[in-house]
Design a protein. Structure first.
Length: 182
């Protein structure tokens, strides 16, 4: 697999994960979601799910199986978030390693192509999803409202490097690429 295909999300959503609607999930015939946690579901400084996030989970839960898979190693923090959403989880995933994502897929009893890997990072979430043949979804990071500076140096570097390598990461609302992957 070449770099631009490895780094190219299948779907780029403008805004947060809350913009991943039931209609989009049904449109791509997804049966499962593997969700990153830090800055995909909650700001990195927060250890609980917002009311909006809880409502979103409750809205999509009837449509898909859901697992949280985080690189974070804090059982306290990730476990607390997962319990507040009543979702199973793995921590310390070391994405783009595939091991914990494969375990989540096995627990879901779904083939990779029916599951979306959803996250805010290209070099972890998108790469691992694409390596496994999942439907990869890139969302904008959720930042704590008290954060004055909304500059994300790591994400910005990932975007620049990805575009140099041939991936197109320009944010466009619900832009879809590589639909033949399904």
């Amino acid at each position: 697999m070449n770099w631009n295909r490895l780094l190219q999300p299948d779907l780029i959503l403008e805004g947060s994960i809350l913009n991943l609607t039931p209609e989009i999930i049904q449109q791509y015939q997804l049966k499962g979601l593997v969700l990153d946690v830090d800055e995909t579901l909650v700001p990195v400084t927060v250890a609980f799910a917002s009311n909006e996030l809880q409502e979103w989970i409750n809205q999509i839960r009837p449509l898909v199986k859901i697992w949280l898979v985080s690189n974070n190693i804090s059982e306290n923090r990730i476990g607390s978030i997962a319990r507040s959403l009543d979702l199973p989880y793995y921590l310390g995933a070391a994405k783009p390693s595939r091991r914990k994502i494969r375990q989540a897929l096995e627990q879901m009893e779904l083939p990779a192509h029916q599951v979306a890997m959803v996250g805010d990072r290209l070099f972890t979430d998108v790469i691992v999803g694409n390596r496994l043949g999942m439907f990869s979804v890139l969302v904008e990071p959720i930042i704590h409202p008290d954060t004055v500076m909304r500059f994300h140096p790591i994400r910005n570097i990932e975007v620049v490097i990805s575009e140099i390598l041939g991936a197109s990461i320009t944010p466009k609302k619900r832009r879809v690429t590589n639909v033949n992957k399904m």
